[in-house]
Design a protein around this ligand. Sequence first.
Ligand SMILES: [Zn+2]
Ligand SMILES: [Zn+2]
Ligand SMILES: [Zn+2]
Length: 703
Amino acid sequence: MPGPGRRTNARPRATGTANNPSATSSAQADSLIADIDNADGWDRVVNVLCDYFDLPDIATRSGLKKVHANFDNIYRRLDKAYNGNTSNVRLKGGIVGIYARMCVDAILRNKLFQRGFLAQLFPLLDEPSCRHLALRALTTVTHHGGIEIRMEISKWYRDLLRVLKEFSDDPKTIELSIITLSHCIVAALSEDGIKADPKLGESLDLKDVAGTVTDALHKPFPSRVLVDHSVPLIAVSTLNSQAPPSAVKFLVAGLRSKDWIFRCTCLGGLFLLHREEAESDQRLLDPTKMMMAMSRPAPPHLNAILSSYGFQQCESYLTMKTANDFQTAMMDCIRTRDLYSLGILLAEFILRTEFSISEGYYETDNPGTGRRENMDLGLPFTMWSDALPHCARAIRANGVPAEADMADVVEMKFLIMKQRIPDAVKIANVALKRNPDFAYAYYVLTLASDPVAGLRAAKKGIKCTNITPFVRFQMMQRAVDQAGEMGIHILQDSASEGDKKWEEGIAFLTSALEDSKTYIAHAPPDNRHMKNVLYWNILLRVAIEEDISPDVRELQGSIRKLKIADDFSNWIGVSPPKTQLRLTQQTVVRLFPEASEEWGEFVAKSSRSDVASSSPEKAVDDLAAWLGDAHLEGEDDDHGHSHKSATFNSANLELYRCSWCRNPSAALRKCAGCSKTRYCDAACQKSDWKGHKKACTANKGGS
Ligand SMILES: [Zn+2]
Ligand SMILES: [Zn+2]
Ligand SMILES: [Zn+2]
């Protein structure tokens, strides 16, 4: 390939200048202009300039080092030429090309930026002969530049949008502008970008960005590189904005892409869509209000559903019954004063339903004052919840080893009610050493703030053999929530963290989807977490499952169940909060048919292998191609995002799942026997051994 990096001796050199850097005579300058005017293509222009200014070979690391050593001198001469020849755009373009190439080196890049490189570059966007060159310089600089450079260039985004709109019939202009916009705006809106300069992110008119980019994608089918850069750009542009409908539909349709990076980026983008307007999830209810509502009969259609599930297993029945049982137990305690027996009863209530221990106290009419007052019965507590630690102590004092779990259940419940989660977690960890099959202790661990540990505990807890339905479903909905949230978070980051990340993200989402299905099939229909699990279920089925028709008929069962879950909420007097998850789910279901209509073909086509990797270069863009290839030998590619597309291989997901509890994690330990199956830890491996033993020996022999 011809280019400034490979000078040929066949062409005439600008004689007399090569060894005389101080030459500034007008005759020499005239000969430079003539050489530039005669040069055939940008690579020749740059060659002429490199010779004239006696620059080292800037395509090599050693050449850039020489530039470094003599930077001020070189820059002064180039700058003088740029400013002295205001009408010669070829000369200016050549100089900007040289600067862009120097930008591969971080120190030179910073020096050039400080000296106003962008102010020299951007005017060239309006010069027809220089536009591609200037845009290519921007893609190169943003490709190699770190986040500061990308953020700096994102301040010029309006110029890029203007060019995109003005030259919307030139595929190369579209491609290069969108690549640059993508590099810069994604950086400005990244976590680090927002931390470094929150005002910059807020100043961007994302509605304009998303709208302009989607308009450009409606043109004849673009190149691979354009699709790869558009998807993350549209996905971040939905943040903080009233995203244009076409852009939202693009993200919804993208959920069905065969390319998993495309798919996952869209899912991440859809989650940002409703972030600002969403209400917080008020799943913490006032139990007294809830019980008053439950004492009214359920509407007939809900009653039929409760009946077919079995009234006595339903949440509402268990809540009411347990409230009564608890009252009775507390009253009996006045007579028996037996805290041990009370404790054993409370432990059973706690494992039965969520609102098992209500706040109450013994009260009586004081005939002297005529008021109801606390009654002193000589018990060691006044508030009923304060009975719990005394009951735990009484159970332990009784000394039956088989009852140790019950004492812990009662004490941990007390600590949870007092919001002392870390103290409850301490007890749970000690208890699990004693009894690894202690489901409620795992449940307590799911309440801790570390989501990774929480998910792991939930997955292990679900596998416990000695477990009540309440504790099991409680952990299952935690597992759906936590795996779902972590999966989305990993996918939102995966663009900037490379290849492996998205597979890990899918493993989390797959785990969430599996648990959501079990939960929906088996949990009580009036369980208050049902809605949330259905939101995840519907979203993840669209994003993960293979066959979803444009009319989403496969989802109708889940959609119907969600309607019922909403009716249950309304029955107990709590209208479903408009959470981020709920709104996202609604957007996806509502727009899916239209999205398939508008973008279905585009999405299908984008993952085909016969798509051109980039739009064709014209002959005049030969330097642009040279810039596009710019990288130094041995240089780490700090581009920061993957341009590879990814097809789905479900076998890979197994690398991220524990073979026993199915916990998704990137930090599993391989079985030492076969080095194939993976586990959270020795406990999971031990539990799985009975089932795995055979396969392990077989695998070992086979490999
Ligand atoms: Zn890129
Ligand atoms: Zn495990
Ligand atoms: Zn093994």
